[in-house]
Design a protein around this ligand. Structure first.
Ligand code: SF4
Ligand code: SF4
Length: 421
């Protein structure tokens, strides 16, 4: 095992290979406060990549309803329990040790790689192979809320429910491969068939090398590689790499968002590429919306960072969900991230306008001051909204999109009808 630095854990950790960092890293931010659960992203991916024989049960993008849903079922609680059984009570963060290279503090528990070593098992990481029945339903328990802990026979709260957290709750969790910095799938593969591309950090399975041993499925904690029983090899999300490379003529050959990102009607998704320094840290660039949300305001947090793969999917946590649940899922910055989202800074308001503003990938942005729209107080603090203009720029610095905080209102001419029968 090599020693690598995992900034999400704030410490070194063991990993089977030496660290090798891409120049740019595919990454995304999902705002869970806005997801509709419409599954448009799921179907956009399905109809693009997984409609062939043997791919029937594959959903590279899925949207599950938490806390009960999961694809495969129980994927997160099962791996959390495996680690907990090996090192009971150890999964603890020390946020007091937060530093520039440890923004969430230090995680004192065991990653999936370290838990395997502690348990003395002859594997690179702990994991399990889900049985077929757990792959049957991509949206099992969709829209199922937690029960109302009130009087027996009562199914809803007669007095309603209010923030900061709701007594009955659920939220949608859209997921795809996180194209991790330290991928467990890469570590697990005995054929060395999985690799991380140096140009954009996208993790791919070489279909000509894979022999279908399914070690990637067993050891990816997010369960994002999937087995094709017809070809008898494994497949996974390819991050729509032809689009990210700028090879889709639709957008004039510039880097373009993946199908799941660009189809999202809820505008919950922002996708870009993070520029990395030689040591794997993110280039300090507050003009990058990705950098700003992840590293400046820390309003977007990684999914289960404690697994240790350093995932590149980041989430703005849902504000109505009990905090212990979110803390386990997103780490110790949850309270701060929700507080910042509920009373967003002028910069964050601007960046949120860029979610799904264009199919072309936005790399940097600029905000131009606009007039005051209104002022109020949030949590006892004064807060104002301005009608700023936000400009998104592509990789080459060319302007892609220009939007304002207040959406313009278009009124249709009363005498003009698009539909006439
Ligand atoms: S989410 Fe899983 S499949 Fe994707 S890169 Fe990470 S370990 Fe590999
Ligand atoms: S398309 Fe967007 S809003 Fe709809 S389920 Fe997917 S992430 Fe949520």
């Amino acid at each position: 095992m090599a020693t690598v630095y995992n900034w999400q854990l704030g410490r070194n950790m063991s990993y089977p290979y030496n660290a090798a960092f891409p120049q740019w890293q595919f990454a995304f931010v999902f705002n869970l406060n806005r997801c509709l659960g419409c599954q448009t992203c799921t179907m956009a991916c399905k109809s693009t990549w997984t409609f062939a024989r043997g791919q029937e049960q594959m959903w590279w993008n899925n949207v599950e309803t938490k806390p009960y849903g999961g694809f495969p079922q129980h994927w997160d609680t099962k791996i959390l329990k495996i680690i907990e059984d090996i090192a009971p009570g150890s999964a603890v963060w020390n946020p007091a040790l937060a530093a520039p290279n440890a923004p969430y503090g230090v995680f004192n528990g065991y990653t999936i790689f370290e838990a395997a070593a502690r348990a003395g098992i002859n594997e690179q990481a702990v994991g399990y192979l889900p049985p077929d029945k757990e792959w049957r339903f991509p949206n099992i328990y969709e829209d199922a809320a937690t029960g109302y802990a009130g009087k027996p026979g009562e199914f809803s709260n007669p007095t309603g429910t209010t923030l900061p957290t709701h007594s009955q709750w659920f939220f949608y969790l859209p997921r795809l491969c996180n194209h991790c910095q330290y991928p467990a799938c890469v570590a697990a593969c005995p054929r060395k068939a999985i690799y991380k591309r140096p140009e954009d950090g996208i993790v791919l399975i070489d279909q000509s090398r894979c022999r279908g041993y399914r070690k990637c499925i067993e050891q990816c904690p997010y369960k994002k590689p999937m087995y094709n029983p017809y070809t008898r090899i494994s497949e996974k999300c390819i991050a729509c790499y032809p689009r990210v490379e700028g090879k889709d003529p639709l957008t004039g050959n510039v880097p373009t968002e993946t199908r799941c990102m660009s189809s999202c009607p809820g505008k919950i998704r922002y996708q870009s590429l993070a520029q990395l320094n030689a040591d794997g840290t993110w280039l300090n660039n507050p003009a990058s919306p990705l950098y700003y949300m992840v590293h400046v305001e820390k309003v977007a947090l990684p999914l289960y960072p404690q697994f240790g793969t350093q995932p590149n999917g980041y989430y703005i946590p849902p504000r109505w969900v009990p905090r212990p649940y979110l803390l386990q899922m997103f780490g110790p910055e949850v309270d701060s991230a929700i507080a910042k989202y509920m009373a967003p800074s002028r910069e964050l308001v601007a960046i949120l306008q860029l979610f799904r503003a264009s199919q072309k990938i936005i790399f940097t942005y600029k905000r131009i001051d606009g007039p005051l729209l209104y002022s109020t107080t949030i949590n006892g603090q004064p807060w104002s909204l301005y009608n700023d203009t936000v400009i998104g720029y592509g990789k080459d610095g060319a302007e892609i999109v220009r939007v304002t905080v207040e959406e313009p209102v278009h009124t249709r001419d009363a005498n003009y009808y698009y539909n006439s029968i």
